[in-house]
Ligand binder design. Sequence first.
Ligand code: SAH
Ligand code: SF4
Length: 393
Amino acid sequence: MSAPITQDVLTLPRKLPEGGLTNIVGLTRDQLQAALIAAGTPARQARMRVGQVWQWVYHWGVRDFAQMTNLAKDYRALLARHFEIALPEVVTRQVSADGTRKYLLRIAGGHEVETVYIPEEGRGTLCVSSQVGCTLTCSFCHTGTQKLVRNLTPGEIVGQLMVARDDLGEWPQPGAPKDETRLVSNLVLMGMGEPLYNFEGVRDAMKVVMDGEGLSLSRRRITLSTSGVVPEIARTAEEIGCLLAVSFHATTDDVRDRLVPINRRWNIKTLLDALRDYPRLSNSERITFEYVMLDGVNDSDADARRLVQLIRGIPAKINLIPFNEWPGAPYQRSSRERIEAFADIIYKAGYASPIRTPRGEDIMAACGQLKSATERGRKSKAEIAADSRLQTH
Ligand code: SAH
Ligand code: SF4
């Protein structure tokens, strides 16, 4: 695409964690309460203080304790001595011709992750990363060529949403009429990494994001996408309660083994059994089956027919994702006609089969294109083979 790209290298003041200060962002209520008590808050006041600080940080987007005007001056000073409100640093922000925004964020240790904001008619979706790199090696995914560097902390996951709200100017203004339209109305855990290999980090972050007194995104506006980490699937419903998407991508174990190597550990049947048991499954809370359309690999009519047979009985919708190319990718995108013929078979079998419009391709922000340039560590062939043989954790 030859669309115009704007790229501002932001020169915001660096906000690196300072020695000894505890970052409030990403602490659960219980953790914040314990930290406030440890810093000298009387135990009987701690719950109330959590509520007050929480509102300032997550509802109003305040970063400076001095602005927390319903707290006594001494108490604000105590907070400032022990805590900070720190977000990942924005290194670059790119805006696509279609309005998609991609943020490159720097986190502790100098690592970088990407977050993508996708504006749509009447809603806006933030695609959040859960790890730097990924341990898995799906052969069509750019992130999969990058080594896992580390899991993101809850603060770094919540911080991605707060950075986007900063950039979009979305914090409420005190005294202004309540505005119900939200620019970031939905969140998808579909950025870099496998969220279910960072289960606790993602769960705690989502608790903060869903909390009604703070960022307040409903669990039904959050979708977690997994490549199929079967043992963590039931926990996702029980401990997070968000919607689930599964990177399905193939209708035989043979092909899925090659595309999504985790299939060698938990194959299609094992995965589908886990999905059938997914708590809360209903027609209003369907599982999304993601299916990347790869020319000549998984896109035949026979594949479409097998797909609907396999998922029979599971309340589902099938999201067809035209393959997004990246440098060196070993696949090509199926033709539009092929994707439409595939979608038609699924639709006639009674399933919604939307074709995902690639967004932000001109800035490499589309699904599967994310990869942080600074993480030069590329998996060797041997590592890729080993990764796909034994995926324990
Ligand atoms: N690790 C998780 C979530 C991140 S990937 C997972 O695999 O589900 C988000 C979605 O983008 C997944 O469905 C993934 O399979 C898909 N994807 C990865 N690379 C892609 C590419 N090059 N083109 C289109 N979709 C891709
Ligand atoms: Fe990891 Fe998901 Fe990419 Fe597979 S598709 S390599 S699980 S980020």
